[in-house]
Design a protein around this ligand. Structure first.
Ligand SMILES: [Ca+2]
Ligand SMILES: [Ca+2]
Length: 71
């Protein structure tokens, strides 16, 4: 595991409030709020459906990494 990935894991764990290993809609909202981005529920759902490759409705660490790469 390289440093960049370790840092991302820390970030992921920070936002994964219920520690279930995925970021859901409300957890993702906190990510955007901390970035001072004002996004609607619709936009958050849109982001998740775009990044959610395996279609479980939440973002795992790999999907979260992809999201960070486009922000
Ligand atoms: Ca979670
Ligand atoms: Ca997923």
């Amino acid at each position: 595991m390289d440093n960049i990935h370790a840092t991302t894991q820390d970030l992921f764990d920070h936002y994964d409030r219920d520690k279930n290993g995925t970021i859901n809609v409300s957890e993702l909202r906190a990510v955007f709020q901390d970035m001072n981005r004002d996004v609607s529920d619709e936009e958050i759902n849109g982001v998740i459906s775009e990044m959610d490759l395996e279609k479980d409705g939440e973002l795992n660490i790999d999907e979260f990494v992809e999201l960070l790469s486009i922000l």
